[in-house]
Design a binder for this molecule. Sequence first.
Ligand code: DX5
Ligand code: ZN
Length: 212
Amino acid sequence: MPIKIAPSLLASDFARLGEEVRAVDAAGADWIHIDVMDGHFVPNLTVGPAVVKALRPFSRKPFDVHLMVAPVDPMIEPFVEAGADIVTVHAEAGPHLDRSLHLVRALGAKAGVSLNPATPLSAIEQVLDIVDLVLIMSVNPGFGGQEFIPASLDKIARLRRMLGTRAVEIEVDGGVGPGNARTLAAAGTTVLVAGSAVFRTPDYAANIAALR
Ligand code: DX5
Ligand code: ZN
């Protein structure tokens, strides 16, 4: 699978979100990564389904919605209705991961599961056949601009082996930049999420090209 780049809007200018989505789309983004934080599962607050809905007309690229919320089940349908193409839930967000993933798929979206840095791969062993994507958090979620946690690399390589021939995307999120993109891809990553590495300078096309 060729590598996909998913700019994280968390690092964009929140006063101009629509324009930022249009700009990264034009700059070559494959997916648009939207971080949803509830101030409870993670220590920060971002956007709800109304914002996702408002952004939908600004791009036709897949909206990759990363839900850092608990409880998560009541939030799945509102985000799918708002235009999320991929909905990723955290394995740590509740006791009924299987139910959450089935709910995402039943609503017609692609189902992703995410693991915090301290959560072992064994937490998702039983759901590998019902996911379209596994998101490995390479920072503790909540904020952009943090440093990549080195142990995430081996976790990705082990996940790659665990997935075998399954057509499941491996996404990495947190501290991703041109300095580690190649190593991450070699370990089996198929989707690179990048916030600061894309938005830190005005030439988004150059920043996305550098990652690719
Ligand atoms: C962190 C978010 C990330 C974040 C990554 O909780 O899930 O998507 O925006 O930011 P950078 O790329 O700056 O580490
Ligand atoms: Zn994210």
